[in-house]
Design a protein. Structure first.
Length: 165
């Protein structure tokens, strides 16, 4: 970090020093009286203190806003059992994720775990039978803040796995 040191020994970051200088340059021409050097130095100290306090308040407000946003933007993933579809007693929370991408990756892996082993044990199963088995007995993950559809993904996965070449 590039620090500037004021004559009173206070160390300021380059950003803080630039902010103080900008405030001084903005305020000093507006003064309608001539200040002696002592008064000018005291006024500069007051401006420096104000600049530092202002920066501290802004930083704290930004931290508070970011913490609030972090709390609100957690992507919670829940899992329903298709056999007991939308039965909240059978539902469980898989976890909270910072991004939608993470939540979708987890939801896809849950669907994969339901479909891929069945396909691997019965490689000649039809798309319809594989998908119907999932829709009857598989896990259906969802995230209220995401447009991800477990059934649409399952349909795509079954089609991809069962394609005859």
């Amino acid at each position: 970090m590039n620090d500037s040191v004021h004559e009173n020994g206070t160390a300021y970051s380059k950003e803080e020093a630039e902010m103080i200088l900008a405030l001084w340059q903005k305020i000093s021409p507006r003064l309608k009286c001539d200040l002696d050097p002592i008064e000018e130095a005291e006024l500069r100290k007051d401006i420096e203190a104000l600049a530092i306090l202002t920066k501290a308040v802004v930083v704290e407000e930004e931290k508070s806003i970011n913490q609030e946003n972090d709390k609100r933007t957690k992507f919670e993933v829940y899992v329903d059992d298709n056999f007991h579809y939308r039965d909240e007693e059978e539902r469980y929370k898989k976890g909270e994720f910072d991004t939608e991408e993470e939540a979708v990756a987890v939801m896809k892996s849950i669907v994969d775990e339901c479909i891929v082993p069945v396909y691997e044990s019965k490689p000649y199963i039809s798309i319809e039978d594989l998908l119907n088995g999932y829709q009857m007995f598989g896990d259906a993950p969802f995230c209220p803040l995401s447009d991800f559809s477990a059934w649409a993904y399952a349909n795509q996965l079954c089609n991809d796995l069962c394609k005859k070449e």
